[in-house]
Design a protein. Structure first.
Length: 475
C-alpha cells in the first residue's frame, strides 16, 4: 500500500514554471508515484483532490506539497529531495542572503541588488529590467513598484486585467521606461533570453512582438538562415488592441530605432485593432530604421515575413527544414470524414495555423482560460496529450512543439508515444517544430524523435498548416 505525504507551507512562493520542474524531478525518483508541488490555487487543490489526497485548508498564497510513494522510505527520500530543491531554488532566484531574509517588495529587492553591485554608491538604484512572474491578481502592484522606481518591466504573468495594463503602460510612458506584457512570454535583451527564449545568434534584426511564439517562429527561422537578432521586445498580446492602443509597441519601436546595433526591425502581431494598426503604421513611416510588418490576417504568414527580412538584408532564402514521417506519409482511417484539429501551445502559432488552413477546429492551450493555476503547455503537455488521445480515426492533428530555455527539456519524450498511438489508429499527426540549432533540447534530436513516432515535422508553422489541411482534404 502506498504512503502519502501532504503539507501546506505558508510564506513560500515560487512561480509555476519552477514548481513544475520540482514536481517533475520528484516524479522521477525511485518509488515515487505522484508528486504535486504547486501553489494552493483552487485548480491545484482540485487536481490533488482528484488524485486522492486528503487536503487540509490552504489558500493561493500557500505552497501545497502532495507526495505518494510505494513506502515510507521512498516518501522520506522524496521529502528530503524536495527540501533541497526548494532551498536551491531560493538561492538561485534570490541569492544567499535573500534566501534567509527575502525582500518583501520589488523596490527593496532592487536596492539590495544595487547595493551588492560593484562600484555602486550606497543606496543608489541602478537602472534594471524587472521580471514579474507572480499570479496575475498580484502583478499590478509589483510592476507599479518597479516602474515608480524608474525601471522597465517584463510581466510574464497572465490573467492581468486590461485596465491595469493600460494604467501601467501609461505610467511607464510618463517615466520613460518600457512595459513588456502582461502575458509576455518571450524577450531577448542584448543576447540574454527571458521567459521562453530560444538560443539565437547575435545579429542586426530587432523584433517588436505582440506575440511570444510569433517572435520565436520568426527569429528561429532567421537563425536557421544564418541571421541573428539584436533584441526581441515582447509587448504582450493585447498591446495592439483598441483598449491598449499600442502604447508599448510605439515605445519599443522608438527604442530599437535609436539602437545602433539594429539595422532592421520586424513587427509581429496577431490581428490588430484597425485604428491601432493605422497609428503604428504612421509611426513606422517616421522611423529611420526600415521595418518589416507582419500582422496576421493581413495576407502574409510569419514564414513569409522571415523571408522578406532575408531579402531586405540581401540574404538567400533557404528551403526550410522538414522531416517526413518514418515509414511514409501518415494515412487517415477510412470510413468517416474526420476533422482537422489544431492542438496548440502558442497563441499566435495557433492563429496563423487556423488562418492558413482555412478550416478546422483549433485550440490554444496557452490561453489564459487554460493556464489559470496551471503550468503553461510548453512546460506541461497534459491537456494537449488528452486532446491528442481524444482524436478519432479519420481526424488529422496539427500541433506545435516549441523549444528553448523555459520550455519542456524534452517535449518529444512525452509527445512521441501519444503521436505513435494516434497514428496507429488512423490519425495523421503534423508537427510545427519551433526552435534553433542552439536550443538545449536539440532541434535535430527532437525532430527525429517526432518523425520516428510517425509525425510529419516542419520548421515552418505555415507550411505545417498547409500540409495538414491537404491531409484533411480542407485544401
Amino acid at each position: 500500500m502506498s504512503d502519502d505525504l501532504v503539507q501546506v507551507r505558508t510564506g513560500v512562493y515560487h512561480d509555476s514554471v519552477s514548481l513544475m520542474r520540482v514536481s517533475q524531478a520528484l516524479s522521477g525518483l525511485p518509488g515515487v508515484e505522484v508528486a504535486v508541488v504547486a501553489m494552493a490555487t483552487e485548480l491545484n487543490l482540485g487536481i490533488a483532490a482528484e488524485l486522492g489526497f486528503a487536503l487540509p485548508g490552504a489558500g493561493p498564497a500557500d505552497l501545497l506539497v502532495a507526495l505518494r510513494a510505494g513506502d515510507g522510505t521512498a516518501v522520506a527520500r522524496a521529502a528530503a529531495e524536495l527540501d533541497r530543491l526548494l532551498a536551491d531554488l531560493s538561492l538561485r532566484t534570490a541569492g544567499p542572503a535573500a534566501a534567509e531574509h527575502p525582500p518583501r517588495t520589488v523596490r527593496s529587492a532592487l536596492r539590495a541588488v544595487a547595493g551588492a553591485g560593484a562600484g555602486s554608491a550606497a543606496g543608489e538604484e541602478r537602472s534594471a529590467l524587472v521580471l514579474i512572474s507572480v499570479p496575475g491578481p498580484h502583478a499590478f502592484a509589483e510592476a507599479l513598484d518597479a516602474i515608480e522606481a524608474g525601471h522597465s518591466v517584463m510581466i510574464f504573468s497572465d490573467n492581468v486585467p486590461v485596465e491595469q495594463e493600460v494604467l501601467l503602460k501609461r505610467r511607464a510612458g510618463e517615466l520613460g521606461v518600457l512595459v513588456m506584457g502582461p502575458d509576455c512570454g518571450t524577450a531577448v535583451i542584448g543576447g540574454a533570453g527571458l521567459g521562453f527564449a530560444n538560443v539565437l545568434r547575435p545579429g542586426p534584426v530587432g523584433v517588436v512582438a505582440a506575440s511570444g511564439t510569433g517572435a520565436q517562429q520568426v527569429t528561429c527561422l532567421l537563425d536557421l538562415a544564418g541571421v541573428g537578432v539584436s533584441h526581441v521586445l515582447g509587448v504582450g498580446g493585447r498591446d495592439l488592441s483598441a483598449e491598449v492602443g499600442g502604447i508599448s509597441t510605439l515605445r519599443a519601436l522608438d527604442a530599437l530605432d535609436a539602437d545602433p546595433a539594429t539595422e532592421l526591425i520586424v513587427l509581429i502581431s496577431k490581428p490588430a485593432a484597425p485604428e491601432t494598426a493605422q497609428a503604428v503604421r504612421e509611426a513606422v513611416e517616421k522611423l529611420a530604421t526600415p521595418v518589416v510588418t507582419s500582422f496576421l490576417g493581413s495576407g502574409d504568414d510569419m514564414t513569409a515575413a522571415a523571408e522578406t527580412v532575408l531579402r531586405a538584408l540581401g540574404k538567400a532564402v533557404p528551403e526550410w527544414p522538414s522531416w517526413p514521417a518514418a515509414g511514409g506519409p501518415p494515412r487517415r482511417a477510412a470510413g468517416r470524414p474526420g476533422r482537422l484539429r489544431g492542438i496548440y501551445s502558442g497563441g499566435t502559432l495557433c492563429t496563423e495555423a487556423r488562418l492558413t488552413a482555412g478550416a478546422g477546429e483549433f485550440t490554444d492551450y496557452g490561453d489564459d482560460a487554460y493556464t489559470r493555476g496551471r503550468a503553461h503547455p510548453m512546460i506541461d503537455p497534459s491537456l494537449r496529450l488528452e486532446a491528442l488521445s481524444a482524436a478519432a480515426p479519420g481526424d488529422v492533428v496539427l500541433l506545435d512543439v516549441v523549444l528553448g530555455h523555459g520550455a519542456d527539456p524534452d517535449p518529444a519524450a512525452r509527445l512521441a508515444p501519444a503521436i505513435a498511438a494516434a497514428v496507429s489508429r488512423g490519425v495523421p499527426v503534423v508537427a510545427a517544430l519551433v526552435g534553433s540549432e542552439g536550443d538545449p533540447q536539440g532541434l535535430g534530436a527532437q525532430a527525429e524523435a517526432l518523425r520516428a513516432a510517425g509525425a510529419d515535422v516542419f520548421a515552418s508553422n505555415a507550411q505545417a498548416a498547409r500540409h495538414a489541411a491537404v491531409l484533411a482534404g480542407a485544401r
